[in-house]
Design a protein around this ligand. Structure first.
Ligand code: PGA
Length: 250
């Protein structure tokens, strides 16, 4: 059975004191649920603290990005090996903000995926269309291309370390969510696309998360859909109460 996952993407929010606060509240109030994995992704500066602080708790720590190279003259960048050396074994790659603001291409993301997997990290790979692409009914093509270019060079065995996050760009931080039906439709499409390339077994084992304005009051109906295995949560992951209410939506 594939994992149910709720992952909090903090983006560029929370200094050290705020991180201590938020993690303290999450630790105090989290009621672990069988079969539901909880992940938090703080900024780089707080990853080590987060890992240490959550060491004895059932919460995993993820990075929000990383560089595709091993080491060297890449000012400002962080490698997979640096992340694993502080205990971080999961990384979010291809977030739409990285694609749009930092011009990360599918080709670059494929290299980052390889660097993560070479270091035995797990990847949360984000895909999703922009509003104009959905309006032009190109959303399935866009997502298929992102999957093909970013991930379809992998072997079937490597998919064990891959989680997909479907995040329609028009729903991120806008308060607008995809309807549960729109989410299910795309998640089923993603699973079918994976099954056509890798077979049904690989496709059935991949967790596919929905992201884009997930809140305590809409999580339950989105998570109830057959192919939705959880959420990648931005804004609502910054308040322990909201984040844990979303975890409890399962
Ligand atoms: P949001 O962000 O929940 O604030 O819409 C989701 C994301 O960008 O991962």
């Amino acid at each position: 059975m594939r994992d149910k996952i709720v992952a909090g993407n903090w983006k560029m929010n929370n200094d050290l004191a705020q991180t201590e606060d938020l993690l303290g509240n999450i630790k105090n109030e989290l009621k672990p649920k069988e079969g539901v994995r909880v992940i938090v992704a703080p900024p780089f500066t707080n990853l080590y603290h987060a890992f240490e602080s959550l060491r004895d708790r059932p919460v995993d720590v993820a990075a929000q990005n990383m560089n595709e190279n091993k080491s060297g003259a890449f000012t400002g960048e962080v490698s997979a090996q640096m992340l694993t050396s502080i205990g971080v074994k999961t990384v979010i790659l291809g977030h739409s903000e990285r694609r749009a603001i930092y011009k990360e291409t599918d080709e670059l993301l494929a290299k980052k995926v390889d660097a993560a997997l070479e270091n035995e990290m797990e990847v949360i790979f984000c895909v999703g269309e922009e509003l104009h692409e959905r309006k032009a009914e190109k959303h399935f093509d866009v997502v298929r291309t992102q999957l093909e270019k970013g991930l379809f060079h992998l072997s079937a065995a490597q998919w064990e370390k891959v989680i997909i996050a479907y995040e329609p760009v028009w729903a991120i931080g806008t308060g607008e969510t995809a309807s549960p039906e729109q989410a299910q439709e795309m998640h089923a499409f993603i699973r079918k696309t994976i099954s056509e390339k890798y077979g049904q077994q690989v496709a059935d084992e991949v967790s596919i998360l929905y992201g884009g304005s997930v809140k305590p009051d809409n999580a339950q109906e989105i998570f109830a859909k057959e192919d939705v295995d959880g959420g990648l949560i931005g804004g609502a992951s910054l308040k322990a109460g909201d984040f844990l209410a979303i975890v409890n939506a399962f």
